[in-house]
Design a protein around this ligand. Structure first.
Ligand code: OSB
Ligand code: MG
Length: 369
């Protein structure tokens, strides 16, 4: 294929309720969507960079800038396959979320032109994925229990609680007490702790959690390895895992016993699959993380989450966990599972009216101009 044009669309999606983590509160999701036009096909990619650099150093407007100035020009005016995107962009440091978005859009267009689904292309072995849900920091324990209860009533198969110093043992103990020992339960600290908090984190041991996600800073692999020796809850990395190489290092160090794979964070679906392969070869379970995606990113995440190493439920919730109205046909929960799209490419496209209603601005990149 060849890139005829790329639309960079800034959309704003109001969240049904605010999402509070140790790094801040989101009230709406400000998203960069890419549409790659190629030979009559339109491929979609959702950039997971948030509006502010709080989860990672990347942010939406920086992604837009690096795409327009560096990444898109490097892909223009040539025959291109999705597998070329990573190598062609490798000399530009970092900006993995921006790279992932353009690779995803190129891949969607290429697969549509071939009539092949992303799930089939990646090697999916299932047609539905067990859905977990990520629950933000609440205003009170009763409010948290009510929210968790609502998700369990809807059928979610695993609960993840966001934690931070001052909101850890108490909410976990309350959820265990209310919903029982059998509930698959895990926590995510988004780097809010230090190794000196190991004794506090060891207090979570008695609650038999599936894992603790990213307790320490992104760069602190050694700290995670030390912490893993001091707590019995398995350590899972999110922010620290940026490539297949980084996961191999983390595993070798003993810093990581479970991996949260987010395609956006690691530069795309192809690198995400390599991480899956490395982790699986080492016998580590992986699961698919999320970044409050619309149906565009969610469709592609579901294709990835259908690979055989994804043995834990992901943050692949239904559309109505986040949005009153999704950009695509909504993904729904069926008996605690979400269906993997089977159509060509990612298998979904935004509804034109809903997309234009949510669009704040559009910039167009045209090769040679
Ligand atoms: O750390 O997994 C995270 C959302 C935004 C940024 C980081 C994270 C999250 C979530 C929500 O936990 C996952 C989802 O449901 O999309
Ligand atoms: Mg996380």
């Amino acid at each position: 294929m060849r890139i005829d044009a790329v639309e960079l669309r800034q959309v704003r999606m109001p969240l049904k309720s605010p999402f509070r983590t140790s790094f801040g509160s989101e009230y709406d999701r400000s998203i960069l969507l890419l549409a790659v036009h190629s030979g009559g096909a339109v491929g979609w990619g959702e950039c997971v960079a948030m509006s502010d650099p709080l989860y990672s150093s990347e942010y939406r407007d920086a992604a837009t800038d690096v795409l327009l100035r560096f990444l898109l020009p490097a892909l223009a005016d040539r025959e291109l396959r999705a597998t070329d995107v990573g190598p062609l962009l490798e000399r530009f440091r970092g900006h993995r979320m921006a790279k992932a978005a353009i690779e995803a859009a190129v891949l969607d267009a290429e697969l549509q032109l071939r009539g092949e689904s992303l799930a089939g292309y990646l090697g999916a072995t299932t047609d539905r994925v067990a859905a977990g849900v990520s629950v933000g920091i609440a205003d009170s324990i009763p409010a948290l229990l009510q929210e968790v209860g609502g998700y369990l009533d809807s059928g979610y198969r695993r609960i993840k609680l966001k934690i931070q110093p001052g909101w850890d043992v108490e909410p976990v103990a309350a959820v265990r007490r209310e919903f029982g020992a059998e509930l698959p339960l895990q926590v995510d600290a988004n780097t809010a702790y230090r190794l000196s908090d190991a004794r506090q984190l060891a207090r979570l041991d008695e609650f038999d959690l599936l894992l603790i996600e990213q307790p320490l800073p992104e760069e602190d692999l050694l700290g995670h390895a030390r912490l893993a020796e001091q707590i019995s809850t398995p350590v899972c990395l999110d922010e620290s895992i940026t490539s297949a190489e980084s996961v191999a290092q983390a595993i070798t160090l003993g810093a990581c016993e479970v991996v949260n794979i987010k395609p956006g964070r690691v530069g795309g679906y192809l690198e995400a699959r390599r991480i899956h392969d490395v982790a699986s070869a080492h016998g580590l379970p992986v699961w698919c993380g999320g970044m409050l995606e619309t149906g565009i990113g969610r469709a592609a995440n579901l294709a990835l989450a259908a690979l055989p190493g994804f043995v834990l439920p992901g943050d692949t919730s239904a559309s109505d966990r986040y949005y009153a109205e999704d950009l695509t046909e909504p993904f729904v929960l069926e008996d605690g599972y979400v269906r993997v799209p089977t159509g060509p490419g990612i298998g979904v496209a935004p509804d034109p009216d809903r997309l234009s209603a949510r669009t704040e601005s559009v910039q167009t990149f045209t090769p040679g101009s």
